[in-house]
Write a protein that binds this ligand. Structure first.
Ligand SMILES: [Zn+2]
Length: 345
């Protein structure tokens, strides 16, 4: 069934920043519903209520877009876990779940396609046919179930992103295409990220930018250049991790023992809500119009980002009120002051 909202994505973007939220796969893995490693969203079929609950939490926290959990729900990945026969049902159900929750608020529903691991720039002609067929089948089901626009995300290759864009445009839907930025400066098929975004914009993408891999500190400098180069809307959906010049992506973060922290030992590097709020403000100042979060993101981050953008969300009713804390509040009596001294020693 078609989700009906008062305004589509392009109308909303024309009026200001749209806040999105992703990171479903990481969060549902932490909650015990997705297996780390393959990261296939079997949860859509096995525990649909868990998916709906997370959609709802992100929406309450201020996300205006419910992204159908079809990340890695493509033919190649389902084969890896022996569930290729569930392909269509999983894709359809994911969009249905997103619509059910979006109807509880005024959120848009985005179809989602992603990196396939099937594209090979050395063999672009042959692999493009395979990738295109995968995107076509996923998006045909998504359109039948009802979506407002499509997010093609975590694209390692410009070539693959362009196939996604072509398929979305054939369906006459608004297209948001964002690149992964694991490499230092360029996509895996050798295009500078800024140049790649320009090419996507020139090919008709409505929104271009980056998602995943980089935290705010190392994503924003590239985003700034993208904003200065393209005339379409720009999206920034970083991971909420403290990446730096030495470790610019979350894949490159290491524990003190020198072990790779990605993907399931990243907690010590997690950004707090204030850092993600600061990111939202900086992105807005740069002119980013689709501000979001990727792997590692949780509802408390999204609420802080929404509030940093001047919004009050359903979850804001329970936003921190430290002045009411028995020890941290203003009305701490003498007895508690002594107790408090122990906290600080
Ligand atoms: Zn991600």
């Amino acid at each position: 069934m078609r989700n009906t909202t008062s305004r589509g994505i392009l109308e909303r973007l024309a009026q200001g920043v749209v806040l999105g939220a992703e990171g479903y796969v990481f969060e549902l893995e932490r909650r015990g519903y997705i297996k780390a490693g393959p990261y296939v969203p079997e949860v859509v079929l096995d525990f649909p209520d868990a998916v709906k609950e997370l959609h709802r939490e992100f929406m309450r926290a201020g996300s205006e877009v419910i992204v159908a959990l079809t990340y890695y729900a493509h033919r190649e990945k389902l084969k890896d876990v022996g569930r290729q026969n569930d392909l269509e049902e999983l894709n359809r159900r994911a969009v249905r779940l997103a619509n059910e929750v979006a109807r509880e608020g005024d959120a848009l529903v985005a179809g989602d396609i992603c990196n396939t691991w099937a594209y090979d720039p050395q063999n672009a002609k042959e692999t493009s046919i395979i990738v295109r067929a995968m995107y076509e089948e996923q998006l045909t089901w998504a359109v039948e179930e009802g979506i407002d626009f499509v997010i093609a995300e975590t694209n390692d290759y410009l070539g693959e992103a362009l196939i996604a864009l072509e398929v979305i445009k054939e369906l006459k839907l608004p297209a948001m295409v964002t690149l992964a930025s694991v490499q230092h400066n360029a996509t895996r098929d050798g295009y500078d990220y800024v140049e790649a975004c320009k090419i996507l914009a020139d090919h008709g993408a409505d929104i271009v930018g980056l998602n995943c891999d980089r935290g705010p500190a190392t994503m924003l400098p590239i985003i700034e250049k993208i904003c200065a180069t393209v005339s379409c809307y720009v999206a920034a959906q970083p991971v909420p991790y403290k990446t730096s010049a030495l470790a610019p992506t979350f894949e490159s973060l290491c524990t003190p023992d020198g072990e790779q922290a990605f993907p399931i030992m990243l907690e010590p590097f997690l950004c707090n809500r204030f850092e993600m709020a600061a990111f939202a403000r900086k992105a807005q100042a740069l002119g980013v119009k689709y501000i979001g979060i990727c792997c590692g993101g949780a509802p408390h981050h999204v609420r802080a980002m929404a509030e940093a953008l001047g919004r009050t969300t359903s979850a804001s009713k329970y936003s921190p009120a430290m002045e009411l804390h028995p020890m941290l509040g203003a009305q701490v009596d003498d007895r508690d002051k002594e107790f408090l001294a122990d906290w600080k020693s």
